[in-house]
Write a protein that binds this ligand. Structure first.
Ligand SMILES: *Cc1c(COP(=O)(O)O)cnc(C)c1O
Length: 521
């Protein structure tokens, strides 16, 4: 620290300096406190104070990333513990920044699950890479709110530029309309809104009645719940979300899809949308998108593709084939915040014909009218949210800092680590893989001959808990063919071979304990 008088806040939990502590009760602000912000109630934190604490925060983040071993990946806390630990009411009087930072470390961090930890391998492991973290600070510093093009031309146009760059990297049509959204779930909602609008338009053009409750959507039984949720939000009957069975590699079966579309049409229903997935959430399976596109074309259905996690792999020539057929989609999404090292949140959402979205969502109140002409895109006319963050700035930082080459190298490393892990599972007689692993997530279970098959689910559940309780790793689970599966998802930019080796060692150790635990009971 440059200035030794400044209170040091660091990840070791030590605080030096004036020793403010929340245990001391409310501060007396009339006691000639040296903090300028306390003397002055009107106005923001002074710039010199911001500079001082800004440096501390940057140092804290750098230490945090450099020494993840200081923290258990998952905090061993009980629900409600933080609520109980914090005051019931907000502070009447302002508090000094060093005290807030000290409490951040002392009170908040112990309740944090460390997604940026290399041992985080649950769900889809993600990371907000450092260039993106720096961009987030600038985004907050600018605090732009994108309502219209003119409320921040850079916000709108950088979004157009970066989303176009991504399309080129993924080798998808450059003509697609792209915008960022807060998540894949929100993006899929937009897709289903557009699909509904297109169906309404078809009905109008052909003079058919349009009844909402007759609309049917087709997705696989492995699709993300956000697809069904989108149907619910739009007020469509829940059962109208058809969950088409999958094959033994968890991919939607196109023959059954087509049968179901035909049967629904024959029953007087109105099929309107197919939602395929590239990289399902459980196993990262890939639906046969070209076959789905053929069926969509044959029955004039909207084709939406959710590639939230696996879309990123499209920047790798050797994995691009998993996106084959996506160029025929009407809407497509993927999450740079999932496996492209962009801090939460940034979903890239694309639409072939944005007119449907605009038709459904363009409601321009008088106070938001603008006349800048053709090139001035107002994203609010295509989206549910009005205000948008300057998200594209962090994507621009990440894309430029790493380049396609650097991002590809990181993805390849994750895939290599996952392949190595899958091989170990395959080669060990007491472990069993439960799904193909085309990207960087491996589903498997412990299945030693000594454990009665009907106890395997309980043993594997205990194994996951033992791994997570170790504090070294966090794994999540799924259920495949009624079998509890452990999921190792490698996607954190800090994860290295040594972490995967250590995880395997721990799995071997904890698995025998988990099996033995059963026998004792
Ligand atoms: C993670 C995931 C989602 C949800 O993503 P959010 O951005 O958290 O809404 C949707 N679909 C798939 C396939 C996913 O893996």
């Amino acid at each position: 620290m440059d200035d030794p008088s400044v209170t040091a806040v660091n990840v070791r939990g030590e605080t030096a300096g004036n020793g403010f502590s929340t245990a001391e009760g409310p501060l007396d602000l009339t006691d000639g406190s040296p903090e300028p912000a306390l003397r002055k109630l009107v106005g923001d934190m002074p710039a010199d104070e911001f500079r001082r604490f800004g440096r501390q925060v940057v140092d804290w983040i750098a230490d945090y990333i450099e020494h993840p071993e200081r923290y258990p990946v998952q905090p061993g806390v009980k629900p409600g513990a933080l609520v109980d630990a914090l005051p019931a009411s907000g502070p009447e009087r302002g508090e000094p920044m060093d005290r807030i930072l000290a409490d951040f470390e002392r009170q908040i961090v112990p309740h944090v699950t460390h997604w940026n930890h290399p041992g985080f391998m649950g769900y889809f492991a993600t990371s907000g890479a450092m260039p993106g973290v720096l961009a987030e600070a600038l985004i907050a510093g600018l605090n732009n709110i994108g309502l219209l093009w003119k409320t921040s031309p850079a916000l709108t146009e950088l979004e157009q530029v970066t989303l176009r760059w991504l399309l080129e990297w993924l080798r998808l049509p450059a003509s697609w309309f792209g915008m960022t959204l807060a998540g894949a779930s929100v993006a899929s909602l937009h897709a289903v809104i557009a699909a509904r609008e297109a169906s309404r338009e078809q009905a109008r053009a052909t003079g058919q009645p349009f009844e909402l409750e007759k609309l049917t959507l087709y997705t696989s039984e492995q699709a993300h719940s956000s697809i069904e949720k989108a149907m619910l939000v739009l007020g469509l009957p829940r059962g109208n979300c058809r969950q088409i069975p999958v094959d033994d590699a968890f991919r939607m079966r196109p023959g059954l899809l087509e049968d179901r579309v035909r049967a629904d049409q024959a029953a007087g229903l109105r099929p309107f949308c197919i939602a395929g997935t590239v990289g399902t959430t459980s196993t990262t399976s890939v639906d046969p998108i070209p076959a789905l596109a053929d069926i969509a074309a044959r029955y004039s259905l909207w084709l939406h593709v959710d590639a939230a996690y696996a879309g990123a792999a499209g920047i790798l020539p050797e994995k691009r084939h998993y996106l084959d057929g996506c160029e025929r989609a009407d809407t497509f999404l993927f999450n740079p915040h999932k496996w492209l090292f962009t801090p939460m949140d940034l979903t890239a959402f694309y639409c072939r014909r944005p007119e449907e979205l605009r038709q459904a969502l363009s409601l321009v109140p008088d106070y938001l009218r603008s006349q800048e002409g053709q090139r001035a895109v107002n994203f609010m006319e295509y989206a549910l949210p009005l205000g948008r963050r300057f998200r594209a700035l962090k994507l621009w930082f990440v894309m430029r800092y790493f380049g396609r080459e650097g991002l590809a190298a990181n993805l390849r490393e994750h895939i290599r680590l996952a392949d190595g892990f899958a091989r170990r599972v395959d080669e060990h007689p007491d472990f069993e893989r439960l799904a193909p692993a085309p990207f960087s997530a491996v589903c498997f279970r412990y299945r030693p001959p000594s454990v009665d098959p009907e106890n395997l689910n309980a043993v594997n559940q205990r194994l996951i808990e033992a791994i997570n309780d170790s504090g070294e790793f966090f794994l999540s689970s799924t259920v495949l063919h009624e079998q509890v599966a452990l999921r190792v998802a490698i996607g954190n930019i800090h994860t290295r071979e040594q972490h995967v080796n250590r995880l395997w060692e721990l799995l071997l150790q904890k698995s025998t304990e988990a099996a033995a635990g059963r026998k004792q009971n």
